[in-house]
Design a protein around this ligand. Structure first.
Ligand SMILES: C[S@@+](CC[C@H](N)C(=O)[O-])C[C@H]1O[C@@H](n2cnc3c(N)ncnc32)[C@H](O)[C@@H]1O
Length: 208
């Protein structure tokens, strides 16, 4: 994956402060007895650090070797540790069924074609405990209107930038109805636009 790997190689810790809702989310996780969390697409590790400091057991998975190397260094600086895995999110995750209490994934899952997104969602379901929690964010198409002529539409709702730092990387822009359909095995208690102008969802795996 040259794109984000290149960005991290050039810019280092690209994101440093946690997502603005992470504090509230950590409180919510504590109320729900969450212990083990996966940060899917952890990048350079801002949420690994934040959630480890809150006392959770946190794992990270990302496809960028450079991102994970930066995350490892940052973890060492903070005297923290996490099991980090370098692999694509559209491949089977290296965790057993029901391993995690919660999964967070901030601006990651949309970076694929729909058929691959469905693989990721199935894997999310598999590695979560019954009633496991998800907090996910996705970009909004309206924030890309100024570059519509520089993106190629490759399927319904999915565009590939032809230029810029994310050139060649698919972006799927979920509509709310589609989110409800794709995450139909989760009870979605919140679907909203966050302070960073991304769509955020909070959900719980249905106990089947
Ligand atoms: C916008 S960054 C967000 C990083 C991190 N979640 C954060 O909030 O700081 C997107 C991340 O998703 C990862 N990523 C994108 N597509 C991926 C894929 N198909 N498999 C694995 N990782 C992927 C990138 O390497 C990058 O770390």
């Amino acid at each position: 994956m040259p794109d984000w790997d290149d960005i991290f190689a050039k810019k280092g810790k690209y994101f440093t402060k946690p997502h603005p809702d992470m504090e509230r989310l950590a409180d919510f996780f504590n109320e729900r007895g969450v212990q083990r969390i996966l940060d899917l697409g952890c990048g350079t590790g801002r949420h690994l650090i934040f959630l480890l400091k809150k006392g959770f057991e946190v794992y990270g998975l990302d496809g960028s070797p450079n991102g994970l190397e930066i995350a490892e260094t940052w973890l060492k600086e903070e005297n923290l540790s996490s099991e980090l895995t370098c692999q694509k999110i559209e491949e089977k995750f290296p965790y057993t069924d029901g391993f995690f209490d919660a999964v967070i994934s901030i601006q990651v899952i949309h970076h694929n074609l729909m058929k691959d997104i469905m693989v990721t969602v199935k894997e999310l379901e598999r590695i979560l405990k019954p009633e496991g929690l998800i907090f996910l964010t996705f970009p909004l198409l309206q924030n890309f209107y100024n570059m519509m002529d520089k993106m190629e539409k490759v399927e319904t709702g999915t565009y590939i930038p032809l230029t810029g730092k994310e050139k060649g990387l698919p972006h799927h822009f979920f509509k709310v109805a589609e989110i409800k359909r794709v995450f139909s095995t989760f009870n979605l208690s919140e679907i909203y636009i966050d302070e960073t102008n991304h769509r955020a969802i909070l959900g719980q795996k249905r106990d089947r």
